[in-house]
Design a protein around this ligand. Sequence first.
Ligand SMILES: NC(=O)C1=CN([C@@H]2O[C@H](COP(=O)(O)OP(=O)(O)OC[C@H]3O[C@@H](n4cnc5c(N)ncnc54)[C@H](O)[C@@H]3O)[C@@H](O)[C@H]2O)C=CC1
Ligand SMILES: O=C(O)[C@@H]1CCC=N1
Length: 270
Amino acid sequence: MTKRIGFIGCGQMGQAMIQGMIDAGVVKAEDIAATALSDETIDFVTDEYGIQIANDNKRLARESDLLFLAVKPYVYQGIILEIRDEVPEETVVVTIAAGITLDAMKEAFGRNVKVIRSMPNTPSLVGAGMSVLCPNDFVTEEELADVMEVFESFGQAEIVEEKLMDAVPAVSGSSPAFVYMFIEAMADAAVQQGFPRDKAYKMVAQAVEGSAKMVRETGRHPGELKDAVCTPGGVTIAGVNKLEEVGLRSAIIQGMNACTDKSKELSGKK
Ligand SMILES: NC(=O)C1=CN([C@@H]2O[C@H](COP(=O)(O)OP(=O)(O)OC[C@H]3O[C@@H](n4cnc5c(N)ncnc54)[C@H](O)[C@@H]3O)[C@@H](O)[C@H]2O)C=CC1
Ligand SMILES: O=C(O)[C@@H]1CCC=N1
């Protein structure tokens, strides 16, 4: 298991992974260190997670066995310029940004560095993350297995070929945002019918979580599960018909494709 885990940047995604891995007990808080820009974030993260946090990226880069670059994509270039001579040869660097390719990392470092391109998601905060990973040729099987163990501590993880990485945000990195929109819209309809908002969120979120669990645990086709809900001449099929009429499926496919197109653009493929 990886010894010292470093996070350059400790915002939404960094904190979600940190909380998830501490809760799982696979990594101890004292083995995690991070950097942040503001004293406010440093104080908050120290109180909330009990990890070491400062504003020295170079030192963190020198002292981490596994180094997450948990900053926005447009900050990557500057951070790599700052740390590239500090990162030890045996350190594994993990990217989490859409559109940052393995080749771009090699070019930015100007040398052969062990890099894993990954795409996590924010449900990692509650141990229900879905992360997708793609290592470069310098990462050994053993190192990859170690890193998978870290990612699996806060959810599920898959390894894919890099050609699929641009499609991953739509499927699992960004898709929580789409699901929250769906939940919000369903709750709005419930509120319109007179439900209090807190009850509406509870009922809708439980229905969404239960349906996802049914897909995973029964292994039945989603269409078959949908058919099992639709009573002939009943209420569900009336709702299904309306959703088909307004183009729910097409709207979702178009949203996901726009997300993938943007990811390809950031990767320099469009
Ligand atoms: N939010 C999400 O759902 C997901 C985000 N990502 C990726 O994660 C990365 C981070 O995103 P978020 O956590 O959402 O952003 P964020 O803005 O919440 O966190 C980034 C943090 O990096 C800090 N930072 C900026 N420059 C820094 C520097 N020079 N040194 C140290 N810290 C610095 C910022 O102050 C901020 O706290 C992005 O590349 C994003 O694409 C990936 C998957 C999901
Ligand atoms: O919106 C973004 O670019 C990041 C990557 C996936 C989720 N958030």
